[in-house]
Write a protein that binds this ligand. Structure first.
Ligand SMILES: [Zn+2]
Length: 250
């Protein structure tokens, strides 16, 4: 694709944004990769990082319900090392989306990312279909804790005042996705007039099933690789998200 094509597509995208009032942005991994938070399945993702300490475990197991409850020390050690997003700042995409929300153009960001970077960029309407590392609670009494505790605790397992174990409000493997986030996402999609989707993978059920709830006319796809959905796009980008969003005026 030539630069000219890119500029034309940006212009089309900008026109769609300018004329829309209920944009929904959906992503399936990747946005935060541009803020250096590793996603799970990409080439440089969490699952492909070689790590001797955890070599005997499958990556899925280390972020699973079984690991949390059967081997909590292993779970929290891995979590502490790999899931710490505290020093990471929102990128241009997070900031542009937050500005679209402030301009009353965006009804929701639906995300599988668990890093809380949208909230750091001051987005409010964020539906986290895989939960978030930014909420920590006691599984017994429900008391909420500062999320930093999972990176600063000195015991081998972080405990609540009541004596039970704490956990992040992240949907682990073997757990159900949060119903509320899913219902809110469906509602936002049904009333949306522009659906922008970024994905690096189409294979991971069930978040990809949300797409069927969009009934609007325009569909913008941004992805690095081709997918079977590309032919439905009003505007299609194979550029990086940051390249596209840095050109958009809000
Ligand atoms: Zn408790």
């Amino acid at each position: 694709m030539t630069t000219f094509d890119f500029q034309e597509r940006i212009k089309q995208f900008q026109d769609l944004i300018d004329t829309s009032r209920r944009i929904v942005f959906f992503w399936w991994a990747g946005v935060s990769t541009e803020s250096w938070v590793p996603d799970f399945r990409s080439k440089d993702g969490l699952y492909n990082q070689h790590d001797v300490q955890f070599e005997q475990y499958q990556p899925e197991y280390l972020l699973s319900h079984s690991c949390l409850y059967d081997e909590p020390k292993v779970f929290f050690e891995y979590y502490k090392q790999k899931m710490d997003c505290r020093g990471i700042q929102p990128n241009i995409t997070h900031i542009t989306l937050a500005n679209l929300e402030k301009s009353w153009k965006l009804s929701a960001v639906i995300t599988q990312n668990i890093d809380g970077l949208h909230q750091k960029a001051w987005s409010k309407k964020v539906f986290e279909v895989h939960g978030t590392t930014q909420r920590v609670y006691c599984d017994a009494c429900g008391k909420l804790y500062d999320p930093d505790i999972l990176f600063t605790f000195t015991w081998s397992i972080p405990y609540c005042d009541c004596g039970w174990m704490l956990r992040p409000d992240v949907t682990l493997y073997e757990e159900q996705l949060p119903m509320k986030a899913r219902q809110e996402s469906v509602l936002a999609l049904r009333t949306s007039d522009l659906f922008i989707i970024w994905w690096t993978s189409l294979t991971v059920y069930p978040a990809n099933t949300l797409i069927q709830y969009y009934w609007g006319e325009h569909f913008v796809i941004i992805n690095r690789d081709s997918t079977s959905q590309d032919r439905f796009a009003t505007v299609l980008f194979h550029e990086n998200l940051g390249e596209v969003f840095s050109k958009i005026q809000v």
